[in-house]
Ligand binder design. Structure first.
Ligand SMILES: [Zn+2]
Length: 442
């Protein structure tokens, strides 16, 4: 044990020494092959950060921009630098997305928003604090000692040619709270009064961008008024928000998933009684296979929930309700979830063609209103899997619901007509609907 302690002290001494010599703003990571002294290669940071997905899949949205949607995990590492200083919070001042192959120049435009259009860019969603609303109250620029947090990104580019092959993240931090009180007595005093430098800038969290394009599908629905009520990319809603810890890893199955809800020409999702499932415009609409493939899961028998009521007794087994999963080949699977009870047509093992009828839109499983939950996954499970982006071969873009995402949901259940901005309407090919888009499919 004694030997271990000595080694630890040595490491701390080296790192602390490096901190003392470090300028307020540390040098960027030198290019590979440059022969620099050891200490210049080390930038001790009070945060550690890494990108959650192993690589990032770019996709073109209906705004005509290429989206890199992903998440990063941050941890406050102050204790590793200063073992007796455990109550030092760190503040993130900025996070820039850079291209390591081109002198770490800033690339793309990163913006994410909350349910009420709050700007959540470069803010932490803490894994240590209780969350209340998924809104701005659940996010902050500060990370407490030992605390981990998720940060959401939607970095956009004007075209595929301007997307780099790799990106990294230049993170600027400062000491949010200074620990003035020394920790418990150490064997040897090695704590300075104000250990965290006023500002640390370092580059890390490099990740490769995939060069393969998103899979092209046919829309799984027909007709007009289909709102992407919950999808990608800039709005961190219920899908983008979801990170699932499973078998010791973190998964983001719904990063690109879409909840399709249908509105009528007046912008209403239901007419009559909100709790009558058949009064919802989307209920009972045909769901068709978006591509050819083999059915690996076909589940039916779950009742349709009463709209507007919280679904009860939801488990990992029944979360998708009545559903079909189709193996599209090349490690991609399509999920059609929350289908109407008794409507699932194909059987497990059956091959389905593009456009083949699979069932009808319902409200089963973890669903509070009739809609189709559609996603492309890198495995046959809807939970322990990463979601993949997709584009539709052809669709009519009707416009986008105006106002914030939360307002849309409130209006939807209240039966109030939603407003659609149709200024950019027109035929679209090879694009992915974004949250609040309204589409017509033929
Ligand atoms: Zn969904």
């Amino acid at each position: 044990m004694r030997r271990l302690n000595i080694d630890l002290v040595l490491i701390i001494a080296v790192v602390s020494g490096a901190l003392a010599r470090m300028p307020a703003s540390a040098q960027p990571t030198p290019a590979a092959g440059q022969n620099l002294p050891f200490e210049k290669l080390v930038v001790p940071t009070t945060l550690a950060w890494s990108v959650l997905p192993p690589s990032i899949d770019p996709v073109m949205g209906t705004d005509g921009r290429i989206h890199l949607a992903y998440e990063m995990l941050f941890t406050n590492t102050v204790k590793l630098l200063f073992p007796n200083t455990t109550n030092s919070a760190v503040r993130v001042d900025s996070v820039e997305v850079v291209d390591p192959a081109h002198d770490n120049k800033i690339v793309g435009i990163n913006h994410v928003f909350g349910p009420k259009n709050e700007d959540l860019t470069a803010q932490f969603y803490s894994l240590a604090k209780p969350s209340t609303c998924l809104c701005a109250d659940d996010y902050s620029h500060k990370l407490g000692p030992g605390e981990s947090a998720v940060m959401y990104f939607d970095v956009t580019f004007k075209d595929f040619s301007s997307v780099p092959g790799e990106i990294a993240h230049r993170v600027s931090t400062s000491a949010a709270v200074t620990d003035k009180k020394p920790g418990p007595a150490a064997e040897e005093p090695r704590i300075v009064e104000n250990p965290i430098p006023p500002r640390i800038v370092a580059i890390g969290g490099a990740v490769k961008i995939e060069t393969t394009r998103a899979i092209t599908l046919s829309p799984p629905l027909r007709g007009d008024g289909w709102v992407d009520g919950n999808g990608c990319c800039a709005i961190v809603g219920a899908h983008r928000f979801t990170i699932i810890p499973g078998s010791g890893s973190l998964y983001t199955p719904q990063r690109f998933a879409i909840d399709f809800l249908r509105i009528d020409a007046q912008g209403r999702a239901w007419v009559g009684k909100v709790t009558n499932v058949t009064d919802w415009r989307g209920f009972g609409a045909e769901v068709r296979s978006a591509a050819r493939g083999r059915v690996v899961s076909a589940v039916d028998g779950y009742s349709d929930n009463i709209p507007g009521e919280e679904p009860k007794n939801i488990t990992p087994a029944n979360i998708a309700g009545n559903h079909v999963i189709v193996d599209l080949g090349n490690g991609t699977f399509a999920l059609y979830a929350h289908l109407k009870k008794g409507s699932v047509i194909p059987e497990r093992g059956e091959f389905v063609s593009r456009g083949q009828l699979l069932g009808f839109v319902g409200n089963s499983g973890n669903s509070g209103a009739p809609h189709l939950h559609f996603e492309i996954m890198a495995g046959p499970s809807s939970l322990e899997v990463n979601g993949l982006p997709f584009v539709f071969d052809k669709m009519q873009y009707q416009g986008a619901v105006t106002g914030a995402w939360q307002q849309f949901l409130d209006d939807l259940f209240a039966g109030r007509p939603v407003q659609v901005d149709s200024a950019r309407s027109g035929m679209r090919m090879g694009q992915m609907p974004l949250t609040l888009d309204v589409m017509s499919y033929m």
